[in-house]
Ligand binder design. Structure first.
Ligand SMILES: [Zn+2]
Length: 276
């Protein structure tokens, strides 16, 4: 998810929200939307109040000057006249800016739901002024929203690129770049080398940063690289990878949707290899 260019992430809530404020509310892990099932949309504050809806309100920032809030509801608490949906199911059905802000909101709500009590001593936590954090009044433990770095690596060899099919992919014909979570104590660069070695048995070097993307399922930050093949033969980790092959840039298999950084990474690299 890319941050909309006219979004200002100031966290503070205005004294009273205007009627047109945008409400990104979650009932459990599902986002609450107004409109019909066929034409979902993000409710305004006026609609939210008219529905008698409630919940804990967190400032997200402002989009083009319009305040945006995240709201935490109980798992089964869907306001009258609205419905709840998985965020992924709303891709391409609500505007990209709403997908992006809903992704932000989901991470704030997830943090709100999972950090009510101190993880060290169990005392109820208190919101801290001036930043999005909570502190335990008994032992001083402080918690911030969690972000989990993950890396993505697209390996190239001459004019070919390596794509793999993960066991996790729901779409069984789709291929993508390799990816994995950064482990404690590791740099992202270490992680690229380790994951490529573990998943397909290859050695890589010449890492080049491509870009990053917040991925709120539930709180990843995907950091994408290209890397050059430096040795070895493909040897699959059968627990993770079903298939991995070298592809020519003009003969690519089905790929992830364009909302993902994986697709942009593959397309940009394929274009570079075609031009080489
Ligand atoms: Zn504590």
């Amino acid at each position: 998810m890319n941050t909309p260019p006219d979004f200002d992430p100031a966290r503070a809530l205005p004294g009273a929200l205007p009627d047109d404020a945008r409400v990104y509310a979650y009932a459990g892990s599902r986002i609450v939307v107004a409109g019909s099932e066929d034409a979902p949309r993000i409710p305004t504050w006026r609609e939210w109040k008219a529905a008698g809806a409630d919940g804990a309100v967190h400032g997200l920032g402002a989009l083009g000057g319009t305040p945006c809030v995240a709201v935490t509801l109980r798992d089964d608490e869907v306001p009258a006249g609205m419905h709840a949906s998985g965020l992924r199911a709303l891709f391409f059905r609500i505007p990209d800016v709403d997908v992006s802000l809903a992704g932000r909101a989901s991470q704030v709500v997830e943090w709100d739901r999972t950090h009510r009590y101190c993880g060290r001593c169990g005392t109820p936590m208190l919101d801290q002024p001036g930043e999005r954090s909570r502190k335990c009044p008994a032992c001083g433990f402080t918690a911030w929203p969690r972000v989990s770095p993950a890396m993505m690596a697209l390996v190239t060899r001459g004019r070919e690129l390596l794509l793999a099919r993960s066991r996790r992919f729901a779409n069984t014909s789709m291929y993508s770049a390799l990816a994995g979570f950064v482990e404690a104590g590791e740099t992202v660069e270490d992680c690229v080398v380790r994951e490529v070695r573990e998943e397909v048995g290859l050695e890589v070097g010449a890492l080049r940063y491509f870009g990053s993307q917040s991925w709120p399922f539930p709180h990843s930050l995907m950091i994408a690289f290209t890397a050059e093949y430096a040795g070895g033969d493909i040897r699959l980790d059968d627990d993770e990878i079903v298939d991995a092959q070298w592809f020519a840039p003009d003969a690519l298999p089905p790929m992830p949707p364009s909302v993902s950084i994986a697709r942009r990474l593959i397309e940009a690299t394929a274009a570079r290899l075609r031009a080489a």
